[in-house]
Design a protein around this ligand. Sequence first.
Ligand code: IPE
Ligand code: IPE
Ligand code: MG
Length: 241
Amino acid sequence: MSPPTIYKFGKLPRHVAIIMDGNGRWAKAKNMMRVQGHRAGAESVRDVVKAAGEFGVKYLTLYAFSVENWKRPKSEIHTLMGLLETFLRDELPEMIKNNVRLQAIGRLSDLPENVRDQLHACIHATRQNTGLVLILALSYSGRVEIIEAVHSIIREIKLGHLDSAQIDEQVFNHHLYTRYYPDPDLLIRTSGEMRLSNFLLWQLSYTEIYITSTLWPDFRRQHFAEALIDYGNRQRRFGSV
Ligand code: IPE
Ligand code: IPE
Ligand code: MG
């Protein structure tokens, strides 16, 4: 086996978010079932999570299932949920070994009970880990997240814990699922689609975007490294000169 490539990064993004897209197209191109694309995609998740930790990325958010994805055929949803449960169960020892802390965002109550139980077990088992924070977006919708934040703010006002005049970006941020994490510095979307698909609408306001035509099941450590190197050459201005 050849030794692993040593990459030289410029400035590294602290938080990378990925829209893992193209599993279906990958399978179709190989005359396989979509399900096999999802299975191959799980391998990419393993590889990229490992690489992210090794490269020194602090937060990695993966868009694994959107609220809109519940519109897919029942059989595909069933497979995806099964893969998720298997992934969580099989990867737990690896997450512990690699000091990964697992977190999840989204409408988690939508998930089947077995998946939810496994998810909470992994979150609990890795809660003391201090390395990469791996955040899975599950039954996630950026618009739902914002609406839920509004409801939560209204509740606080009604309870007298908050004055409406105090609402600013920081307060609002505090009511989002992502309140514990910094905004993503880099967003990667695989398989060439140029859209956000309802992902982190609030949080991506100043995120650098990297779109690659590589399909998710083909996306591995070296593709991830290429995205990080590209990010290192970006000039972020945040509206100033
Ligand atoms: C991404 O691949 C996986 C999920 C959205 C769950 P897709 O299943 O969307 O693959 P394409 O876009 O049809 O190729
Ligand atoms: C976005 O991919 C959601 C996830 C990767 C989980 P989709 O395949 O669902 O997005 P659209 O439908 O192409 O916008
Ligand atoms: Mg897709």
